[in-house]
Design a protein around this ligand. Structure first.
Ligand SMILES: [Zn+2]
Length: 242
């Protein structure tokens, strides 16, 4: 009987394993255990630490098959590659804490609003919202793609480890002034954010221990890596478009 059941379950188990999405990931050590970062796609990522799951900017272009649902959901901006209701529904539970800037909260009821410069505790995590915006790049003369104040970058702290998630931004003064960042996710795609050379220059200003390019479609991340050679800042390249 048992053996029959096992035989019957085996194809199901194998199917479950085969259908779980595999994504590049990296694990950091903190004072209170590991913090795992999984690169899902473009700006979409997942953090796992202390038995909790944080999804950031879930997007339907990412494969969420088999991934755990979110205890906490961080949204950076209103653009479709960051704010995707279909993907949010796929990763949220009824009790998921969704943290977002006011412009996103207007479109999604029940959100805990966090404005630029505000911070909060969420269980073992400390979450700080930072500005993210264009200094000069936009769709037309005198316009920018990302207006200051609309979107949030975040610093997520866990066990003394500080992870900076830049959001869609250029190398703004608020980024350059950051202190004590252990790992930084840095965007670098044109025309919306900044080229790899500018990203490297901004990173040299605040000197995270580790810099990880993300949101880089169309850009050559090796330019970023080469620009930081010998700087003492470790560059980790993950494939965000697998
Ligand atoms: Zn974007």
């Amino acid at each position: 009987m048992l053996r029959n059941m096992r035989t019957a379950l085996m194809p199901l188990l194998l199917a479950a394993l085969a259908s779980a999405a595999t994504h590049p990931s990296i694990e950091f050590q903190t004072r209170t255990g590991p913090l795992k970062l999984t690169a899902i796609r473009h700006a979409s990522l997942m953090l796992e630490a202390g038995g909790k799951v944080i999804h950031v900017d879930p997007w339907s272009q990412g494969d969420y098959t088999g991934l755990p649902k979110a205890d906490i959901l961080l949204i950076t901006d209103t653009h479709g590659d960051h704010f995707d209701l279909k993907a949010i529904e796929a990763v949220r539970r009824p009790d998921t804490l969704i943290i977002a800037p006011p412009a996103v909260a207007e479109k999604l009821p029940g959100v805990r609003v966090l404005r630029n410069g505000e911070s909060m505790e969420a269980g073992a995590f400390h979450i700080e919202a930072l500005p993210m915006y264009n200094l000069k790049r936009g769709p037309a003369e005198g316009q920018v793609y990302h207006v200051k104040g609309r979107g949030n970058g975040y610093v997520v702290s866990f066990g003394g480890f500080r992870l900076y998630i830049a959001g869609d931004t250029e190398g703004i003064p608020e980024m350059r002034a950051l202190k004590n960042i252990d790992a930084a996710l840095i965007c670098m795609n044109l025309p919306y954010t900044m080229p790899p050379e500018e990203a490297a220059d901004a990173v040299k200003a605040f000197r995270p221990k580790v810099a990880i390019p993300y949101h880089y479609r169309g850009s050559d991340v090796t330019i970023f890596a080469r620009a930081l050679e010998g700087s003492g800042i470790e560059v980790k390249l993950l494939d965000w478009y697998h």
